[in-house]
Design a protein around this ligand. Structure first.
Ligand code: CP
Ligand code: NVA
Length: 314
């Protein structure tokens, strides 16, 4: 039988579709242990002397800080590589960047536009590559979301999560991750902004094994009905700034507000990957209200990613 170490060491973390339910649960359990140790100031030098190269082709607060601090807390170092400063931003190929970085660092985290760039980087790197967000997916965020849900609800399987808004990277990774662990995911988006069918099909397949369910709807009330977890995200993602005005109109009936959440379970929790636009996708009353778990969710990025790095790069 493969040991835990053999199962994770050297692997990439490009999408949750590549990890089975046991593996996702193992990452979450390790994240909880690391979180506990951090709270007690117990050292966790699992990546002593190791370096993570962190390529950012888009802005970030949480991802940059949590990866950099996470590496430091594991005894290693994070190296911020801005697109403005490295040769990738001037046309050096993804493949050459992968080959060169593999000679210097022990892992690469990349935030970029195309999922295919992350895949290409992983193909040409001989060290683990971690997806820090693409236009298609954001798997690290959903690990933090699952960790937060498990902390608040004590379980994952059987819970209903409603995602209301744009069928974007967050919606995609929620579909892929939540169905793996046996959750019911209901997504409500306007007709032309629904999650990609290719992702929905993979999520439905995962649900067949885990007991998870998928519903793709246009009606936010139907999605939120009886939900344990209500999630939304910005209406215009990074790279869609020029569509922002038009999107305000398209999504106006998809705001998470007190009227909408009155259809959720009385003890529902609210999640948002952040950054948030109060008054657009969510009202201040909800994101700053008693059901909101968004600050724990943000913190859990750190613990979840430390688990991923320790398992893949350790
Ligand atoms: N949620 C998230 O990924 O935040 P940043 O864009 O600040 O990294
Ligand atoms: N959907 C958002 C998520 C930000 C963390 C974006 O891609 O901009």
């Amino acid at each position: 039988m493969l040991t835990l170490h053999d199962r994770f060491k050297g692997r990439d973390f490009l999408t949750l579709a590549d990890y089975n339910s046991d593996e996702i649960q193992t990452i979450l359990t390790n994240a909880m242990n690391l979180k506990q140790k951090q709270k007690c100031n117990t050292p966790t030098p699992y990546l002593q002397g190791k370096t993570l190269g962190m390529i950012f082709q888009k802005s970030s607060t949480r991802t940059r800080v949590s990866f950099e601090v996470g590496m430091y807390q594991l005894g290693g170092q994070g190296l911020f590589l801005s697109n403005n400063d490295i040769q990738l931003g001037r046309g050096e190929t993804v493949a050459d960047t992968a080959r060169v970085l593999s000679r210097f660092v022990d892992g690469i985290m990349i935030r970029t536009f195309e999922q295919s760039d992350v895949e290409e980087l992983a193909e040409h790197a001989d060290i683990p590559v971690i997806n820090g967000l693409t236009d298609l997916t954001h798997p690290c965020q959903i690990l933090a979301d699952l960790l937060t849900i498990e902390e608040y609800k004590g379980k994952l399987a059987g819970l209903k999560l409603a995602y209301v808004g744009d069928g974007n990277n967050i919606a995609h990774s929620l579909l892929l991750g939540c169905t793996k662990v046996g959750m019911h995911v209901a997504v409500a988006s306007p007709a032309n902004y629904q999650p990609k069918d290719m992702i929905v099909q993979v999520a439905k397949e995962a649900g067949k094994e885990s007991g998870g369910q998928v519903e793709i709807l246009t009606d936010p009330v139907a999605a939120v009905a009886n939900a344990d977890v209500v999630v939304t995200d910005v209406w215009a993602s990074m790279g869609q700034e020029q569509e922002a005005q038009q999107r305000l109109k398209v999504f106006k009936d998809y705001q998470v507000n007190s009227q909408l959440v009155s259809h959720a379970k009385p003890d529902y929790i609210f999640l948002h990957c952040l950054p948030a636009h109060r008054g657009e996708e969510v009202t201040a009353e909800i994101i700053d209200g008693p059901h909101s778990a968004v600050w724990d969710e943000a913190e859990n990025r750190l613990h979840a990613q430390k688990a991923v790095m320790a398992l893949l790069m350790g």
